[in-house]
Design a binder for this molecule. Structure first.
Ligand code: CU
Length: 489
């Protein structure tokens, strides 16, 4: 067995250091050994024998990890840092966490390759505007299912039922040449963490356009905005699904899935709907006093006067997107207000470009489901509560969680399950050149939703002049705290 040799090497490393070259090559060999162990670990699911645990604990105990953060994107006004990055070492202190530093706002979040369901974001926090420290927002966010019924019901697929670890390797060519980086998932081994052997996450910083502008005669000011897109690819055989999290400079987070790849062999022209079922467990400001309300905008009978209101959602329940009412759920603290006495919250808007799918399957009959984050309901429990690691039809678990409890009354925060759809009507753009069979590669079809700060900030988090008369260019905004947005009409 080679393991003892590895151990003695590590002892050597911590005392008399060999040359950098041999250190590095040995590091590669050690990585390979641990990769093999990890594969065994994965295959055994989460049932690891006591001897295996003891071995890993032993190895972890003798291997020093050198924790250093690494700037992976150093753009103009957009910096991304990977925490606890160790170049050459095997064991790391923590799982994968990234930080984004914009001039006015700062994000931190973890990323995991999670069970059957692919890339998930964890422990999302945000600092900006009046907050002088990071504010916790989300415990975990990710997909629970990708449901694909064909219009004629010749096929009905659950595209996240195909087994563990379906995330694909990412390549440098997937990313733009500038302001982008690949990162590696990590997995826990004993009390340490080991990086994957290949990168499976792409990170990009992009200019997303104008955040605000003001033009009056010779006074012309503007603030452009950036976003950091974190994306990875879930492999469902002929289809590849991009799972994407975007952390915007103004505090929004976008959750999207994009279906691309090849249409179903033998059914390449059959229309179908890709429906992503997402789960976001919120815990705003780290508090467990959260509640949910639904924003609605109701026009009078003449379509002349409208009334906006926030309807309480007292119990766990389903809600539906009503585009004529701009309806959207809001999760907010029951007690924590900003400086103006408004409860701090986040609002959920659909990102679907086309519409929303409702189907016979009960879990697929509503756009949003609000539940308490009761113990085990995050998919890490037993029985159907193990849905993160053992495939169950969402009817088996989601419907159990919708049992009319007072929302916010139990558990640890409020969960929003978001059902987002894109209808795929194959067209001739799905053809290969010269072939009418729609057997070519299909362009990405996107769906998802967005979380938008709702009175979370006391003022425009990107700063701004008090009136349009200040023609200072604010692209590199670094405005004093306390400036109160724009109220010039
Ligand atoms: Cu499709």
């Amino acid at each position: 067995m080679r393991i003892p040799a590895t151990v003695s090497f590590f002892r050597m490393e911590s005392t008399a250091l060999p040359s950098t070259l041999s250190l590095r090559s040995a590091g590669v060999a050690i990585t390979a050994i641990f990769w093999a162990i990890r594969q065994l670990w994965m295959r055994r699911s989460r049932l690891v024998t006591a001897s295996g645990l003891a071995l890993m604990a032993f190895l972890v105990g003798v291997s020093p990890a050198r924790a250093t953060d690494r700037v992976i994107i150093n753009g103009n006004g957009c910096q991304v840092t990977e925490e606890d990055y160790s170049d050459g070492g095997v064991f790391l202190h923590q799982d994968l966490y990234l930080r984004i530093d914009y001039p006015n706002t700062h994000w931190r979040f973890g990323l995991r390759n999670m069970g059957l369901k692919g890339t998930q974001a964890l422990d999302v926090s945000l600092q900006g505007a009046q907050y002088s420290s990071p504010q916790y927002i989300i415990k975990r966010a990710g997909m629970a299912e990708m449901f694909v019924p064909y219009d004629d019901r010749s096929e009905t697929y659950y595209d996240m039922s195909f087994g563990n670890n379906r995330m694909d390797q990412m390549d440098p060519a997937d990313l733009p040449a500038q302001n982008a980086a690949l990162v590696y998932f990590r997995s826990q081994m004993g009390s340490g963490y080991v990086r994957d052997s290949v990168p499976k996450v792409g990170v990009e910083c992009r200019d997303e356009g104008i955040a605000w502008l003001c033009k009056e005669g010779s006074n012309r000011v503007r603030r452009r905005i950036q976003e950091v897109v974190v994306w990875s690819v879930f492999d469902a055989f002929n289809y590849d699904y991009i799972i994407e999290y975007t952390f915007h400079e103004d505090g929004r987070i976008t959750f999207r899935s994009g279906a691309t790849g090849f249409n179903l062999p033998g059914a390449t022209s059959k229309p179908h709907v890709h429906n992503g079922l997402w789960r976001v467990s919120t815990k705003l400001l780290g508090r467990d006093d959260n509640e949910a309300v639904e924003f609605v905008h109701v026009e009078d009978a003449n379509g002349y006067i409208a009334t906006d209101s926030f309807q309480p959602i007292p119990n766990e329940e389903t809600t539906d997107w009503n585009p004529l009412q701009f309806s959207s759920p809001i999760v907010q603290s029951q007690t924590q207000a900003n400086d103006y006495g408004h409860l701090v919250g986040y609002q959920f808007y659909p990102y679907n470009a086309q519409g929303t799918g409702h189907f016979q399957e009960t879990f697929a009959q509503h756009d949003q489901n609000l539940t308490n984050d009761n113990s085990g309901e995050d998919g890490t429990g037993s029985g159907y509560n193990d849905w993160l690691y053992t495939w169950y039809n969402p009817n088996s678990y989601l419907l159990q969680y919708l049992n009319n409890q007072p929302l916010g009354g139990t558990g640890d925060g409020i969960v929003l399950w978001y059902f987002g759809s894109t209808h795929h009507e194959p067209t001739d753009a799905d053809n290969q050149m010269g072939s009418g069979g729609r057997t070519g590669i299909t362009l990405v079809h996107w769906s998802g939703f967005e979380m938008v700060p709702h009175n979370f900030f006391d003022y425009n988090p990107l700063g701004g002049p008090p009136r349009c008369g200040d023609s200072k260019d604010l692209n590199e905004a670094n405005l004093p705290v306390g400036m109160d947005g724009m109220h010039h009409h």
